[in-house]
Write a protein of this length. Structure first.
Length: 96
């Protein structure tokens, strides 16, 4: 029998596939600036592997709680607990 792999992108080929409606990676999206307290959506851009959060958090809304270098810490609710995710700005969108 063949063993099933347990990699980071396991069962995410559908989420991480680039659709025609996915906008290209623009410089404006890469250098977005968020302030502490801003609400953001974790929207993984499939063509940029750096600074990508775990695909389990794709689509969740969180609050920016800090920075580390060029990346942002986002606090999201996961069940009954809160988790902090570190993501680059290309994988985040501001909630209106």
């Amino acid at each position: 029998m063949v063993r099933k792999t347990a990699g980071y992108h396991r069962k995410t080929r559908h989420k991480l596939r680039r659709w025609r409606s996915t906008p290209p990676a623009t410089v404006a999206r890469m250098v977005q600036i968020f302030n502490v307290g801003d609400r953001v959506v974790i929207d993984i851009h499939p063509s940029i592997p750096n600074g990508r959060p775990h695909p389990r958090f794709n689509g969740l809304i969180g609050v920016v709680v800090g920075t580390q270098g060029l990346a942002y810490y986002v606090r999201v609710r996961d069940g009954n607990s809160y988790k902090q995710i570190l993501a680059l700005p290309i994988h985040l969108k501001k909630v209106a």
